[in-house]
Design a protein around this ligand. Structure first.
Ligand code: HEC
Length: 498
């Protein structure tokens, strides 16, 4: 072990070559206005702490996760059940993501309220807007990597939205999915996005963002009547920071540390209490998921879409995001000078409150999903026992398939189930087995086609179950021509296509 002077020599050797002492000292000891050592100013550093948490836990997850359509779901289950604390790692990563989205939004609201985007910090805000978009991009691509039911349907809806972009929509979808449908290539693309492209951009932009914060100084506490003027601002700020300022470390820094620590603890508690999210069922396009729940920050979009008249949907989907992003980017250029204090910026306060209240209202509505009351309550209901009494093994197998394929998401039986398709209680009196077979295999009229997702024996079992669905006093329908064919000796053409 080298002694004290030995360490000093090692340090000097590196310092002579890296020359990093000066810049670090500048950054650590630079003076900031006294009032900025406030609990209001801790969200930016907390967002960065969460980003670091996501990087570390993400790398650990990548050691086990297999980005292949066949293996992804399995590897998550291995993490959940076989790797020691693997479930906790997944939970931390998922909750870290939720917290990061929330903290980034709060940070943004604070910066907006404190006028911190005004001259000379316009570019800091602009980069911040892109950081927000990257953060949301990470949340979305991360959900897809689960490659479970939710991921599958979430992505399906996402690309459906995308496909509505005029002219280039189809091309964009193809590019994102790596083909016309969600398949193995899709997962590879999202893995590349989630692990290389977006985080690379995110870290680079975060570095630029922090560089500007250090160079331009932390925004001073807004005072009513102290106006920002381009000609005088820098001088005034320097006076404020130097005459009455305190060094960034430890003056303001300890609050950042305490808050970041508290946020990390909150993530750990949520992870331990609520556990990892999913993976849900294996993706199966023939199972119509009840409601593919988007992540919390996106929930409001569902509510807005469902309250809009259908004719407004496409314009809203295409125009609203562009307007929102353009609006955010425009903020520092519309109001780059003038009053910073919220006491004298009623429009800014009103706008922020409006956004916050509408977000809360629509999120609440989305959670209670008033427009799809039949879409979740019954999906797990098992068939009443009376349908299975005295049933043959084949009929019972059909009932199991009926259950597993969630036919009752759209069809009610015994008064429970969805209403997109007709109730099936007496279907056997309306349709012959051949007609039912044909309907199940080919679908049509809003009924999914199950031909590719059920084997012929499964379809047989399903149809023999459907055949039992008729009132006791009403016999099931039968194919008269076939009946004739079986009873008479002459061969008859059998046709049952409806
Ligand atoms: C996404 C909703 C949906 C799902 C899931 C669904 N169906 Fe349907 N189904 C419909 C709709 C809508 C119709 C009416 C189609 C039409 O008008 O041609 C229908 C029609 C039918 C019919 C004809 C009924 C009649 O009276 O005309 C049968 C039989 C049927 N479905 C069976 C099934 C079975 C079995 C399953 C599960 C394997 C299933 N459906 C899953 C929506 C669905």
């Amino acid at each position: 072990m080298p002694g004290m002077s030995g360490w000093k020599q090692v340090y000097d050797w590196f310092e002579r070559r890296l020359q990093i002492e000066g810049p670090v000292k500048d950054a650590v000891l630079h003076k900031v206005p006294r009032n900025t050592a406030s609990w209001w100013y801790v969200f930016g550093s907390a967002a960065f702490t969460l980003l670091m948490l996501q990087v570390v836990t993400g790398i650990l997850l990548a050691l086990v996760y297999v980005p292949s359509a066949a293996e992804a779901w399995n590897s998550l289950n291995i993490l959940n059940h076989q790797v020691p604390l693997g479930w906790f790692l997944r939970a931390i990563h998922a909750w870290g993501s939720n917290f990061m989205v929330a903290v980034v939004f709060i940070h943004m609201a604070q910066v907006f309220l404190f006028g911190a985007y005004k001259f000379p910090r316009e570019l800091t805000w602009t980069v911040g807007v892109f950081l927000l978009l990257m953060t949301l991009g990470m949340a979305f691509t991360g959900q897809v990597l689960r490659f479970d039911q939710d991921a599958y349907w979430g992505l399906g809806i996402g690309v459906f939205i995308m496909s509505r972009v005029p002219w280039v929509g189809g091309g964009l979808v193809h590019l994102l999915l790596g083909g016309p449908v969600i398949a193995g290539a899709t997962l590879s693309r999202f893995f590349a996005l989630h692990v290389f492209v977006i985080p690379g951009t995110l870290l680079f932009l975060a570095a630029v963002h922090i560089w500007m914060v250090l160079k331009l100084g932390v925004n001073e506490w807004p005072m009513p009547g102290r106006l920002v003027r381009k000609e005088t601002y820098v001088e005034e700020y320097n006076k404020l920071a130097h005459e009455d300022g305190i060094p960034f470390v430890p003056g303001a820094f300890w609050k950042d540390l305490v808050f970041s620590g508290a946020v990390l603890a909150a993530v750990a508690v949520c992870a331990a209490v609520f556990g990892p999210s999913g993976p849900g069922g294996q993706p199966d396009p023939s199972i119509i998921q009840t409601v593919p729940k988007p992540d919390f920050p996106f929930l409001w979009i569902y509510a807005v879409l469902s309250y809009l008249p259908p004719s407004m949907e496409t314009p809203f989907i295409l125009i609203a995001p562009i307007l929102m992003i353009a609006g955010l980017l425009a903020v520092p250029f519309v109001a780059s000078e003038g009053e910073k204090s919220w006491h004298r910026r009623p429009i800014a306060v009103l706008a922020l409150s409006l956004v916050a209240v509408s977000w809360a209202v629509f999120t609440h509505l989305a959670m209670s999903t008033p427009w799809s009351p039949h879409m979740s309550a019954w999906s797990g209901d098992t068939l009443p026992v009376k349908y299975l009494q005295e049933a043959t093994p084949l009929v019972r197998q059909g009932a199991v398939i009926f259950q597993a394929k969630q036919c009752r998401n759209c069809h009610s039986v015994d008064g429970r189930g969805g209403e997109r398709g007709p109730a099936l209680d007496a279907v056997a009196t309306r349709m012959t087995p051949d007609q039912m077979r044909y309907k199940v295999v080919t679908g049509g009229g809003n009924m999914p086609a199950y031909g590719k997702n059920l084997s012929p024996p499964e379809i047989e079992a399903l149809v023999s179950f459907l055949e039992t669905l008729h009132p006791a006093n009403e016999p099931p329908a039968f194919d008269a021509s076939r009946h004739l064919a079986e009873t008479s000796s002459a061969p008859q053409p059998v046709s049952a296509k409806p």
